[in-house]
Design a protein around this ligand. Structure first.
Ligand code: F6R
Length: 267
């Protein structure tokens, strides 16, 4: 696990954009896993900017959505499909056939979840999974107590999530009670994971995820077992980390290993 602390939200997103761009330069048919929410918006903006500046092309990239509300159609303004379309897909040149979404109105939930996992496998697996984190340490819709080896499945939304969603649904009968989410096991199979967190409200969850024990009570703590998990946070989200100066030290020095060794050999 690598902890990258950036001064502010803007720089935090810039770091994620840089890593995605570097990966794309090595593999044009990158497979991305994408989260919604307010945290990754700056990442999508940065990627859109690279596309407009002709620095990046999405025609061979595939995208898998991390989660979706159950019971609302794609075109509903609160659906995650709508969010992805509005904030990312419509601004770059993804091919439609390379965009994979969890369907909020599937005919058969179990079959749909199984097929989604199959599709991830068929594209060769997710290269980079972008994640946000909940204040309770959730990733995707894997709330505390979710199995750490879970696969894509239906989950019951927490009362807090239902309450938070209430103002956004004019028709109260449409307020989702369930969702579909990639499981923690599914997420962990991604080759690289970029978890982003910004603001003081995330600092406790970040501390527990990085410096606490691995536990289903804090789902993001499982990332301690991932060899390519990068936790990219701003100063506020890093606020409660005990070993902050060590993480900074490692980040500042990690690219100097070759120079260090070359220097030793010439002496
Ligand atoms: C979004 C998702 C959630 C969010 C998390 C943080 O697809 O699965 O886990 O990443 O709730 O949300 P924000 O970024 O809005 O604070």
């Amino acid at each position: 696990m690598e902890i990258i602390i950036k001064k502010d939200y803007h720089r935090m997103c810039g770091e994620a954009v840089k890593l995605i761009h570097q990966s794309w330069q090595k593999k044009k048919d990158l497979v991305l896993g994408l989260a919604t929410g307010k945290t990754p918006l700056g990442v999508y903006e940065g990627l859109i900017r690279l596309y407009r500046e002709r620095e990046m092309d999405f025609s061979e990239i595939s995208a898998f959505s991390l989660d979706e509300y159950l019971g609302i159609p794609d075109e509903h303004p609160q659906s995650f499909a709508f969010y992805m379309q509005q904030n990312f897909f419509q601004h770059v040149n993804f091919k439609n056939e390379n965009i994979f979404r969890l369907d909020g109105l599937p005919d058969d939930i179990e079959a749909h979840c199984y097929e989604y996992e199959e599709k991830i496998r068929m594209t060769g697996g997710i290269d980079i999974q972008i994640l946000g984190i909940g204040r309770n340490g959730h990733i995707g819709f894997n709330e505390p107590s979710s199995s750490l080896s879970s696969r894509t499945r239906v989950k019951t939304l927490t009362q807090e999530t239902i309450a938070a969603n209430t103002p956004f649904f004019l028709d109260k009968k449409q307020i989702p009670r369930y969702c579909l989410t990639m499981g923690i096991g599914t997420i962990m199979e991604s080759r690289m994971i970029l978890l982003l967190a910004s603001g003081q409200e995330k600092s406790h969850a970040i501390r527990q995820s990085i410096e606490g024990p691995i536990t289903a009570t804090i789902p993001a703590s499982i990332l301690q077992l991932h060899v390519q998990a990068k936790i990219i946070v701003d100063e506020e989200a890093a606020g409660q980390l005990e070993r902050k100066s060590y993480y900074r030290w490692v980040y500042e020095h990690k690219d100097n290993v070759d120079d260090f060794l070359a220097d030793k050999k010439t002496k």
